[in-house]
Design a binder for this molecule. Structure first.
Ligand code: SF4
Length: 312
């Protein structure tokens, strides 16, 4: 069974070769309501473990076939940090990857384990999920295995962000009626104010979920984005934009909207109708709206706010 997939092209990470550390079946310490994989009882350790040499051999072959990729992404049908040979794998990747970046996509559950924490520090890019910050909502949305506590996860993410030298991304997936309440968003906001990261991607369900739950509209996500501290680098992920209803904004409303939250081109085209887009372009050409780049994503904001941007 091949453990490598791709290359997959994404605007955010470039051309990526994926490593699947559980290609046979889902093995995860969560059983999220929104998971794209079928429901499966959350477990604390992998039962089916792919030999390290198999993964490395598959990766070497794929790197020969695809020499111009940007990033090797460590992932799994489940949680990649549960792979018992992760340390050795990262060490072996470092010896063969050349200039290619390394990235891991994790649900953060194992980050409070000092061994996992130390391994993730060795990667170039780390993407950590945090769907909730209160124990009740965390248990409801992520359905973790016994013994996993969100307080420990939040503390570990905050601590990791202070010492990690690479690029850290946070991802929050919102489920209607579960983690989209003002109280939960306030708790997430408090937790994330202590996290230094490149970007916080917020999104919602866009593939059939494991359980009968619903996603949010782009407009609802935009409203949620506005509830976070403006200093946080919130980014609404673009796959949700198809459901947007564009509206009319005058010049002041455009600037006020961007003042509350810098927006990407996709956000702007989803939110603004045709006339508003013309007004937006005029404000750009007049120098009243500026651009900043954050890990390959361009954001628009009032030019006067440039000094306010948060840096790691
Ligand atoms: S952490 Fe990922 S793989 Fe695991 S249950 Fe949640 S969505 Fe599925």
């Amino acid at each position: 069974m091949n453990t490598i997939f791709g290359p997959v092209y994404s605007r955010r990470f470039g051309a990526s070769l994926g490593i699947d550390l559980s290609p046979g079946r889902k093995q995860c310490n969560f059983d999220c309501l929104y998971c794209e994989l079928a429901p499966a009882k959350a477990i604390m350790a992998q039962h089916d473990v792919i030999p390290l040499n198999t993964v490395v051999a598959d990766l070497k072959k794929a790197l020969n076939e695809h020499p111009s990729i940007d990033v090797i992404t460590i992932t799994a049908n489940g949680e990649p940090t549960m792979y018992p040979h992760l340390r050795e794998l990262v060490e072996r990747i470092d010896t063969i990857k050349g200039d290619v970046q390394t990235l891991i996509l994790s649900n953060s559950a194992c980050l409070s384990d000092p061994a996992v924490f130390e391994i993730l520090l060795r990667l170039d890019q780390v993407k950590l999920s945090l769907d909730a910050a209160t124990p009740e909502v965390f248990k409801k949305i992520d359905r973790p295995a016994e013994g996993i506590h969100v307080e420990a996860i939040v503390e570990a993410i905050q601590r990791f962000s202070r010492v990690f030298k690479g690029k850290l991304f946070i991802e929050i997936l919102f489920v209607k009626g579960v983690n989209d309440t003002p109280g939960e968003i306030a708790a997430l906001n408090r937790a994330l104010r202590e996290v230094a990261c490149e970007r916080i991607d917020i999104g919602t369900i866009d593939r059939p979920p494991a359980y009968p739950v619903e996603g949010l509209s782009f407009t609802e996500l935009h409203m949620i984005a506005g509830l976070f501290d403006p200093a946080l680098p919130i980014h609404i992920v673009s796959r949700t934009h198809a459901h947007a209803t564009p509206s009319t904004y005058d010049d002041d409303e455009i600037l006020n909207t961007l003042d509350k939250r810098p927006l990407t081109r996709d956000d702007i085209e989803a939110l603004f109708d045709v006339d508003t887009l013309h007004r937006f372009e005029t404000l750009c050409s007049e120098g009243k709206i500026a651009q900043i780049e954050r890990s390959n994503v361009i954001f628009y904001l009032p030019a006067k706010n440039i000094a306010r941007k948060r840096s790691k």
